[in-house]
Design a protein around this ligand. Structure first.
Ligand SMILES: [Zn+2]
Length: 586
C-alpha cells in the first residue's frame, strides 16, 4: 500500500486532518506519552486494583455504584473497561473521566506522571494563560470585596433572607453585594492605569464617553460565576429593588464566553462524586434554591439559549439531562429550540428529557412550596425527547389527512437527519413511520443507516477484532489488500495503516487515533470482545480471515466485470482482467 490514506473527498480530508493534529500538542508526543505510562500504575494510584491474572486487574467501578468488581484493566492492551456501565478507554480517557480534566489538562497530568515535559508548538498559549490568570485573580479579589460588603449591608442581607436564601448557601455560592456608588471597584482595584485597563478587560468597568471609567455593577446582589476549577471568571448581578435590567451579566471577555459557561456547574461538581443527571434551569436563583433544598445537580445558562458547547460540557459529566422550562407557550417554544440544538449531539447513550412547570412557577418558587421529593417526582416524570418531538410536530399537522401526514413526515425527516447515525436515530425513524403510517421513510433514511442494518460479514468483523486486540498482527499483512465493497472495510484499512505507521502500539495507543470519531466507540467495543480463539491459533485465524476477504474482493470484481460484459461495455483491458480473475479463482 503506497499511499497512507486514500483521500477521495473533502470530508475525508477533514477527517484526515483531525486524525493527524490535536491543536498545539504534537500527535507524536501523545503517542510517545501513552507508550511510556502504564495504565495499571496510573489507575492503581487512584483506585486500588486487584490482580486477576498476569495481565488483568479488577476493581469496583469508579464510574457507577456497584458491589462486585466489574471494572477491568488490561496491562497488555493498556486499556480499561467496565462490564457494568461500559466505561472504557486508555490512560488519557481515564484522566478525562476520573479526574474530570480537559484533554490538554489530561496530557499535562499524564506527562507529569511519566516525568516528561509537554512540548508546546506555540508559546502564545502560556502567554495567554498568564493574562487569563491575572484576570481571574482580580475577579476573585473583587468577589471577596463584594462578600465583605454583603456582611455590612442590612438591606442586602434582608433581601436574601426574604428570598429564603440561607447563610451557608450564600457562602457556598460566594454571594456578595455591590454597594451604591459609581467608583467603588474603580478606586479600590484600579489604582494605576494598567490596573484600570485590566478591570475594563475583565468586564468590571464601563468606559465614559468623555474619558475615564465607572463601575458596571452598582447596588446589586452579586453572583460570581466560577469556571470548572473554581476560578471566578465573571459576575451576574441582580438589582435589589425595581429597576432595569433585573439581571445584569458581565460582558464577554477573554475569560468569559456566555455560550460556553454554566452557572452552578462548579458547585455541582464539588457536591457530587458521581453525577447521575443534571437539570438545566434558567436562573441563578433557581440553581441556588434547588441546591439549598438538596437538589445539588442543577445548572443554568447565563442569559442565553442552550448551545452545543453547553451540551458537550454537560455530556462530560452525565448522559442524563433534564431541561426545565415554564409550562406556558414561551416555555414550550424555548424547549423546542433547545431540542433542535441537542439533535446533532445526541449519541445513543444520551438521554434528554423535558420538564414543564405549572404556569406561574419557576424552580425557585416550586421547590420552596413542594420540597425535594415532589420536585424529584416531577423530574422522574419529565417527557422524553422523542415524545416531545412527535407531540410538537403532530400539533403542527393534521395527521388524519394524507397531506397532513406527508407534511408531518417531511418536517420530521428533516430534523431526524440531524441526528448522528445510530440506534436512536433508527428508533426515531421507525416511530415516525408508525406515526406517519407510511413506508416512505426507509427511502429517506441516510445511506449509512441501511448499511448498519445489514449484518457485516463475520470475516471482516473478526479481522477487525483480532487486529485491535493484537495490533502486531498488522505485520502479517505483506501484500496490499484489494478494495472490498463492505461496510467497515474502510475502517479495517485505516486500522492497518495506523498500526503500520505507529512504532509503539497497544490497543490503548491505537484507539487514541479514533478519539472523538464515531467509529472509536465501535472499535473500543470490539477491543474488549471475547473471541474465544486460543492464543496459539490467533495468527493463523487472522491470516484465514484475510484469505476469505481477498476471495470476496475477487468475487466482487468478477461480478462487476460480468455485469459490464452483459451490457457489452467491457474494454480489452477489462476482458483480460476478468480472464485473469476467473483463472485465479480456480
Ligand atoms: Zn462501571
Amino acid at each position: 500500500m503506497q499511499n497512507h490514506f486514500d483521500i477521495k473527498n473533502d470530508s475525508q480530508l477533514t477527517l484526515y486532518n483531525t486524525i493527524m493534529s490535536t491543536g498545539s500538542i504534537p500527535r507524536e508526543f501523545i503517542q510517545r506519552l501513552l507508550s511510556q505510562v502504564d495504565i495499571v500504575d496510573l489507575i492503581d494510584g487512584r483506585i486500588p486494583l486487584r490482580k486477576k491474572s498476569s495481565n488483568n486487574y479488577f476493581a469496583c467501578c469508579p464510574f457507577h455504584a456497584e458491589k462486585s468488581a466489574s471494572f477491568s484493566v488490561s496491562h497488555t492492551k493498556q486499556f480499561y473497561y467496565c462490564f457494568g456501565c461500559g466505561a472504557h478507554g486508555n490512560a488519557i480517557d481515564f484522566l478525562l473521566q476520573f479526574d474530570r480534566l480537559s484533554f490538554p489538562e489530561a496530557i499535562d497530568a499524564l506527562a507529569k506522571h511519566a516525568g516528561i515535559d509537554v512540548p508546546r508548538e506555540t508559546i502564545s498559549n502560556t502567554a495567554h494563560s498568564s493574562i487569563d490568570t491575572q484576570l481571574c485573580d482580580v475577579l476573585t479579589r473583587i468577589a471577596k470585596y463584594y462578600q465583605t460588603e454583603l456582611r455590612q449591608s442590612k438591606t442586602a442581607i434582608d433581601y436574601l433572607k426574604n428570598r429564603g436564601i440561607s447563610g451557608p448557601i450564600a457562602k457556598e455560592f460566594c454571594l456578595g453585594f455591590a454597594p451604591s456608588g459609581w467608583e467603588n471597584v474603580l478606586q479600590q482595584f484600579g489604582t494605576t492605569l494598567p490596573l484600570k485597563h485590566q478591570l475594563y478587560e475583565a468586564g468590571m468597568l464601563i468606559k465614559k464617553d468623555e474619558g475615564g471609567y465607572y463601575d458596571r455593577f452598582r447596588e446589586r446582589i452579586m453572583f460570581p460565576i466560577h469556571e470548572r476549577r473554581g476560578r471566578i471568571i465573571a459576575f451576574g448581578g441582580r438589582i435589589l429593588d425595581k429597576g432595569d435590567p433585573k439581571y445584569l451579566n458581565s460582558p464577554e471577555t477573554p475569560i468569559f464566553q456566555k455560550g460556553r459557561e454554566l452557572y452552578g456547574l462548579y458547585q455541582v461538581l464539588n457536591a457530587n462524586r458521581q453525577i447521575e443527571r443534571i437539570v438545566l434551569v434558567e436562573g441563578y436563583m433557581d440553581v441556588i434554591a434547588l441546591f439549598q433544598y438538596g437538589i445539588t445537580y442543577a445548572v443554568a445558562t447565563l442569559g442565553t439559549a442552550t448551545t452545543a458547547h453547553h451540551l458537550h460540557r454537560l455530556f462530560r459529566y452525565t448522559t442524563d439531562i433534564i431541561f426545565c422550562f415554564d409550562g406556558d407557550a414561551a416555555g414550550r417554544t424555548a424547549a423546542w429550540r433547545a431540542l433542535l440544538t441537542t439533535l446533532p449531539s445526541l449519541r445513543d447513550e444520551i438521554q434528554i428529557r423535558f420538564m414543564f412547570l405549572p404556569e406561574g412557577e419557576d424552580p425557585d418558587s416550586l421547590i420552596r412550596k413542594e420540597g425535594k421529593d415532589a420536585f424529584e417526582q416531577r423530574i422522574q416524570t419529565a417527557v422524553t425527547l422523542s415524545s416531545f418531538f412527535f407531540q410538537t410536530l403532530s400539533a403542527q399537522a393534521d395527521l388524519t389527512s394524507v397531506d397532513g401526514r406527508a407534511r408531518f413526515v417531511k418536517l420530521a425527516t428533516e430534523h431526524l437527519n440531524q441526528l448522528p447515525p445510530g440506534i436512536f436515530q433508527q428508533m426515531m425513524f421507525e416511530e415516525l413511520a408508525k406515526k406517519g403510517r407510511t413506508e416512505i421513510i426507509s427511502a429517506q433514511m441516510p445511506p449509512q443507516m441501511k448499511l448498519q442494518k445489514a449484518r457485516a460479514p463475520s470475516s471482516l468483523r473478526l479481522a477487525i477484532i483480532l487486529l485491535i486486540q493484537q495490533p502486531q498482527l498488522a505485520h502479517c499483512i505483506t501484500e496490499p489488500l484489494p478494495p472490498i465493497d463492505l461496510p467497515g472495510f474502510a475502517l479495517f484499512f485505516e486500522l492497518i495503516e495506523t498500526i503500520k505507521n505507529n512504532a509503539a502500539y497497544t490497543t490503548g495507543t491505537i484507539l487514541e487515533y479514533w478519539r472523538d470519531r464515531k467509529e472509536g466507540k465501535l472499535l473500543a467495543k470490539l477491543a474488549l470482545l471475547e473471541h474465544m480463539i486460543p492464543a496459539s491459533g490467533i495468527e493463523s485465524e487472522f491470516l484465514g480471515t484475510l484469505q476469505r476477504l481477498k476471495k470476496l474482493a475477487n468475487k466482487q470484481q468478477i461480478d462487476q466485470l460480468l455485469s459490464k460484459a452483459a451490457k457489452g461495455e467491457l474494454s480489452q483491458e477489462e476482458k483480460y482482467r476478468l480472464h485473469q480473475l476467473i483463472h485465479d479463482k480456480k
